[in-house]
Design a protein around this ligand. Structure first.
Ligand code: GLN
Length: 202
């Protein structure tokens, strides 16, 4: 299986290191041709306005949106989540609009307001998940086809899945807990069940 990490801005090296620890050599994606034959793509955290501009300059917006529409796995973390969303509350950046979610940038405040939080993520098993939020965006609208993987509370989802697409407000690549990356590799490998059917909960 070949997966890639968008490597034009942000903490792509950390994602590549986690994938490497899981035995997967990820391709660095900087140009549209680097997406060829990939089964999955991670869009890392960073600064979404810069990420968006660079994606425009390198002609990556349409090919990445196309990849998502084709059913290949795409996961956005933090700024990457902002890019995957349908709409955001700010004017900048213009997101790709591939996931049926609405997002508010910097919803928890500035860099100093970054925080860590232990979460229940049933799709990853019963062990609690320790999440790192850095100038994090919040999901403020969730479409009908979107499953909430975990939330801070009933009104504040922070990880969601829509079929082959996944978005997290926080940074799994900055922890030693690789379960989100393993889950993503499952999506990329065609085990893209909804979290509900994965758990056998319905
Ligand atoms: N606040 C950043 C943005 O709006 C995202 C921060 C991050 O990716 N850690 O793009």
């Amino acid at each position: 299986m070949e997966v890639g990490v968008l490597a034009i801005q942000g903490d792509f090296a950390e994602h590549i290191a986690v994938l490497s620890n899981l035995g997967v050599t990820a391709r660095e994606v900087r140009l549209p041709k680097h997406l060829d034959s990939l089964e999955g793509l991670i869009i890392p955290g960073g600064e979404s306005t810069t990420l968006s501009r660079l994606m425009t300059i390198y002609n990556l917006r349409e090919p990445v949106a196309e990849m998502a529409a084709q059913g290949r796995a795409v996961w956005g973390t933090c700024a990457g989540m902002i890019m995957l969303s349908q709409e955001i509350t700010e004017n900048d950046p213009v997101p790709l609009g591939v996931m049926d979610i609405g997002v508010q940038r910097n919803a928890f405040g500035r860099q100093v307001d970054s925080f860590e939080q232990t979460l229940d993520v049933s799709a990853l098993g019963s062990d609690p998940y320790h999440a790192i939020f850095i100038r994090a965006p919040l999901i403020i609208r969730v479409g009908e086809e979107v499953d909430v993987l975990c939330a801070l509370d009933a009104d504040r989802p922070v990880a969601v899945q829509q079929g082959n697409l996944m978005a997290t407000s926080f940074h799994p690549e900055l922890t030693n807990d690789y379960r989100f990356h393993s889950y993503f590799l499952g999506l990329a490998g065609g085990n893209g069940n909804s979290p509900v059917s994965r758990n056998g909960a319905s």
